[in-house]
Design a protein. Structure first.
Length: 546
């Protein structure tokens, strides 16, 4: 027995029965054996022309007998669209139907994955030798379409198939079973399919003169190989053939309910869907804010989001509060662990103005936070001219941390300060361990120790024995003045929040380059006001001068 499995990759089989118009909405099911043989010939000549005809022809002759089909679960569908016709003018259109068979799906080996069910074609009384099976397997491996061009397909030789299934279609023998119906399928005629009586042109040519004059017949083949099976549709129409030469109609029986739709319960989710950790916006304004406005823009984003979230969750005139967006618990105490939201404005085109906003939370955002983040459209930072040039936001995308890593969340080995790193503790100016504030190197050493401590506290994955080694170098100019973002001195940045008692502008600030022994995934935001864009390190494509 020969058995071939056909898998329709898109889950659809597009083909119109021979002799039917496409707009009749009829579908060919199962596929006609004539179509199968022609598909094999086309694949052979197009992808394996090195195979000799003497090696392929015995295989095709073995497949001439009408096969039987093991049908998958299926239903029918169609699309309709208007195609240019130009019969009545350039704007003329005609309605075209595209009917197809939708193949059912079955569970794959991997849990939660589904794939289309295969169509099995069997020739019970045919057999092939070892080398012939290998040749047929090579042809089937190159088959990519069965039917119209939308019917993406994979063919494969199979050793055995299930013979107990009730979804069988086979040539009619005897009476028609009660639960079956008759369909006509176009099959190859064993006696004429491989003949050349309709694909060879014979032309008589006179040679010689007088009594030596003779007529010599010259035969020219139209196709290679010269089989009736290979006659193209255009020639059939030109010669007004109703059926292709070398073919015959064979009555088949198929189940009446072969297109019955069986409702299946949806598989239950075995795990929680991935939480959203990253939200990205693009900033738009007539005049975008400078990079030195990073903290006011980040603070405005937090303030606006908390207001939107409060209005969305308001109950009995009491506004809801999000600990992820605010960074505080229900009692108003700051959260520990740095798993709440970071608001990170960035300049990603290098023009010195903020053009993106990334909101990131290691704990992820819930449904209420999603709604608030989706409604964020405009920020009010209080900068001059904001009434005439509002700062608008366009949502670019949302994603999980493991699946979505744009902007400051990329992975690289070298990171450079995009904004000033603000110390989390005060430098001692008196006593034994006092720091000489007039010495740039002493200040840099103090800040470097603070950066290392912050790396261990904020990014535990960068601490421990298996953590990558890191080299911390100050970024400053010839006068030993720290420079962030390769151009801005730390004193140029706004470092005071709109919060009473905030002293970010009076703390020591610097800029550094972090060089790891292997690529490290962002974001890296450290130090005082790091959740508002301060102490943000950006991926560095090349080493900056220090």
């Amino acid at each position: 027995m020969i058995a071939v499995s056909f898998n329709f990759l898109s889950g659809r089989y597009h083909a119109t029965p021979w002799g039917r118009h496409v707009n009749e909405g009829a579908v060919e099911w199962p596929p006609s054996p004539w179509r199968l043989l022609r598909a094999l010939v086309a694949t052979w000549k197009r992808t394996l022309p090195d195979l000799p005809q003497e090696q392929v022809e015995p295989i095709l002759r073995a497949l001439v007998e009408p096969p039987e089909f093991v049908l998958p679960l299926a239903s029918t569908g169609h699309t309709r669209h208007y195609m240019p016709w130009f019969k009545k003018g350039p704007e003329d259109r005609t309605l075209v139907f595209d009917s197809f068979v939708v193949v059912g799906r079955e569970s794959a080996e991997n849990e939660g994955a589904w794939r289309p069910m295969p169509l099995i074609v069997r020739w019970p009384n045919a057999s092939l030798q070892g080398t012939q099976r290998e040749t047929l397997a090579r042809i089937l491996a190159n088959l990519n379409v069965l039917g119209r061009s939308e019917s993406w397909c994979e063919g494969e030789l199979v050793d055995s198939t299930d013979t107990t299934t009730k979804r069988m279609s086979h040539p009619l023998e005897g009476d028609v079973p009660r639960d079956h119906e008759i369909v006509r399928l176009l099959c190859a005629d064993p006696g004429s399919a491989f003949a050349d009586d309709h694909v060879v042109t014979v032309v008589g040519r006179a040679t010689g003169r007088g009594k030596s004059k003779r007529t010599v017949e010259e035969r020219s083949t139209i196709y290679d190989p010269a089989w009736n099976l290979c006659m193209e549709t255009l020639q059939l129409h030109n010669e007004r053939w109703s059926d292709p030469p070398g073919s015959r109609w064979v009555p088949y029986v198929r189940p009446r309910d072969c297109f019955r739709i069986e409702l299946r319960p949806r598989p239950r989710r075995t795990r929680e869907p991935s939480r959203i950790h990253v939200i990205r916006y693009v900033l738009d304004s007539t005049v975008l804010p400078l990079v030195t406005e990073t903290l006011p823009v980040a603070e405005a984003a937090r303030r606006t989001l908390m207001g939107i979230h409060g209005r969305l969750t308001e109950k009995n005139r009491i506004r809801g509060r999000s600990s992820v967006l605010s960074g505080k618990d229900e009692h108003g105490q700051p959260l520990a662990g740095h798993r709440h939201a970071y608001y990170l404005p960035t300049d990603e085109d290098g023009d010195g103005r903020l053009d993106h906003l990334t909101v990131y939370a290691a704990s992820g955002f819930g449904s209420d936070e999603w709604r608030a983040l989706d409604l964020l459209r405009e920020l009010r930072t209080g900068r001059e001219g904001e009434q005439r040039h509002p700062l608008r936001l366009l949502l670019l995308g949302m994603g999980a941390f493991d699946d979505y890593g744009p902007g400051p969340l990329r992975a690289t080995e070298i990171w450079a300060s995009a904004t000033p790193y603000i110390a989390t503790r005060y430098a001692k100016t008196r006593g034994r361990n006092r720091i000489d504030m007039a010495s740039p190197k002493a200040v840099a050493a103090f800040l470097e120790d603070d950066v290392r401590a912050q790396l261990a506290a904020v990014r535990p994955d960068l601490a421990g024995e298996e953590a990558p080694e890191v080299i911390i170098e100050p970024l400053w100019d010839d006068n030993h003045a720290f420079k962030a973002g390769a151009r801005w001195r730390t004193i140029q940045f706004k470092r005071f929040r709109r919060k009473s008692g905030d002293d970010g502008g009076r703390r020591l600030a610097g800029a550094f380059r972090l060089t790891f022994s292997r690529p490290v995934r962002g974001p890296i935001a450290l130090g005082f006001s790091s959740h508002f864009g301060m102490g943000l390190f950006a991926p560095a494509l090349k080493r900056d001068s220090c």
